[in-house]
Design a protein around this ligand. Structure first.
Ligand SMILES: Nc1ncnc2c1ncn2[C@@H]1O[C@H](COP(=O)(O)OP(=O)(O)O)[C@@H](O)[C@H]1O
Ligand SMILES: [Mg+2]
Length: 435
């Protein structure tokens, strides 16, 4: 059809019976697909590298923010209602929560965020998210959701998918506003500011598997967000998933939205594609493995009721002094007796001294020196059903496999609020188990 393609050429000389060259044979292979796959791989490797760095930074900040937020909340409780102290501290708290939300996005990008994969009804998540977003968007923008009746359940984390849909829709909104503001009503006739979210079943065929060699699952779902906004310049297309890459004004964009989407989709064993035409619009499509079983109904939100305390003994292991201090203040308030250790070696020492008094261990997974995982193993080799609350700022999927969250081990994600720590401790202590 006259279009240009890349080819791979291999040639060979043909000889006659006397060894004289009497022809040339050439084989031309279409290399478009090969080139695309190579480019995709390079792209993925580059993002992987950035992810390592960003994830490390985010992890450190997460620890620091846990200490800041926890302590601020403690003083806030004592601040007189309506006082200047209270207003100022609330501002500190809000800022710290904003910082925590940003670090969370970075952790998502580097695939260090906690993920809880189970069969969910993605349609419900999409509709709920769209409903909430629709209320905050400019009235001129039409946001619609299209999804077939028999859409399969996805193997996904509802909270994270909510994040994905929000980030994509907010970008779509920004792209539409860009056009709306630039046009000042002079847009060409027939143009409509629209965002369409679509959910579809995909039964991979030969062609699909060839285009996406990584597609291992039997069935997929596609979730797409299309907009009629300003589009993405070809020249920057390859950079949009990088963290902190933004074309928006300072204060408007952080450049973390698509980075988080990218990481989350990867954690789901899926992938994301983008198609865009300048001044026409953009289409993001996410492919996710479908679940085998039926969808698990969404449980109620975490109860806001009062947390009860106790008089049990807790060994608290964390390398950060601020976090140990925070735990002391909080958990002692709830009546618990606390022992502390700042690393794995000290933890084992304390444990040997007082094994029969310790009812529960709170264990940080990432400590310098002996890893939390090694300590966890050793503790369990002493007391197999010891109650251990693992705390960690991130939670790679493969770690979840090594330390299954079951029986007497459970997780708490940093940064945690003081009442969340107290609640997790109580819940684990109340479980059937050692005492
Ligand atoms: N739907 C879209 N239409 C046009 N450009 C987009 C769209 N989505 C993303 N982009 C481009 O990708 C960049 C990165 O997006 P993102 O990571 O969400 O960061 P941010 O929105 O904070 O800029 C944006 O600044 C924008 O240039
Ligand atoms: Mg964004």
């Amino acid at each position: 059809d006259g279009s240009l393609i890349d080819v791979r050429v291999s040639t060979a000389l043909l000889h006659d019976a006397d060894g004289r060259v009497n022809g040339i044979m050439g084989i031309f292979t279409d290399a478009t697909e090969q080139k695309r796959l190579e480019a995709d791989l390079r792209h993925a490797q580059k993002l992987e590298g950035i992810g390592q760095l960003a994830g490390g930074v985010a992890h450190e900040f997460n620890n620091i923010l846990t200490a800041i937020i926890g302590n601020v909340e403690l003083i806030l409780e004592e601040a007189p209602a309506g006082s200047r102290l209270q207003t100022t501290l609330s501002r500190v708290e809000q800022a710290a929560h904003r910082a925590a939300a940003l670090t969370q996005q970075l952790l998502s990008f580097s695939r260090r965020s906690r993920i809880d994969l189970k069969p969910i009804d993605l349609r419900g998540v999409v509709e709920e998210t769209a409903r909430l977003l629709g209320q905050t968007f400019d009235r001129r923008i039409r946001l619609s959701v299209e999804s077939a009746e028999g859409v399969w359940p996805a193997l996904a984390d509802a909270g994270q998918m909510n994040q994905v849909i929000m980030n994509l829709c907010v970008n779509a909104r920004d792209a539409l506003m860009d056009r709306l503001e630039a046009s000042l009503g002079e847009e060409r006739a027939g143009w409509e500011p629209r965002i369409e979210i679509k959910l579809e079943n995909i039964l991979p065929d030969e062609l699909f598997r060839r285009s996406y060699p990584g597609a291992k699952a039997e069935r997929y779902l596609s979730l797409s967000v299309a907009d009629t906004g300003c589009g993405i310049d070809e020249a920057i297309r390859h950079r949009i998933f990088e963290p902190f890459f933004t074309t928006k004004m300072i204060g408007r964009g952080t450049g973390l939205g698509l980075a988080a989407v990218y990481g989350i989709v990867q954690l789901h064993q899926g992938w994301i594609e983008v198609r865009s035409v300048k001044n026409e619009g953009t289409l993001f499509t996410i492919y996710l493995p479908a679940a085998q079983g039926p969808a698990v109904p969404e449980g109620g939100k975490e109860g806001k009721d009062r947390v009860s305390g106790g008089s049990e003994t807790i060994l608290f292991v964390d390398d950060e002094a601020e976090i140990r201090q925070l735990a002391k203040t909080v958990l002692e308030q709830y009546g618990y007796r606390l022992l502390f250790a700042k690393d794995g070696v000290e933890a084992m020492e304390r444990f040997r001294q007082a094994a029969d008094q310790i009812d529960l261990v709170v264990l940080d997974l990432t400590m310098p020196g002996r890893s939390g995982e090694a300590v966890l193993k050793e503790l369990r080799s002493f007391v197999p059903d010891l109650k251990i609350l693992v705390s960690s700022g991130h939670h790679p999927a493969d770690r979840e496999k090594r330390i299954p969250e079951e029986g007497t081990v459970s997780f708490i994600l940093k940064p945690y609020r003081p009442d969340a720590l107290a609640r997790a401790v109580r819940a684990l202590l109340d479980q059937e188990g050692r005492r």
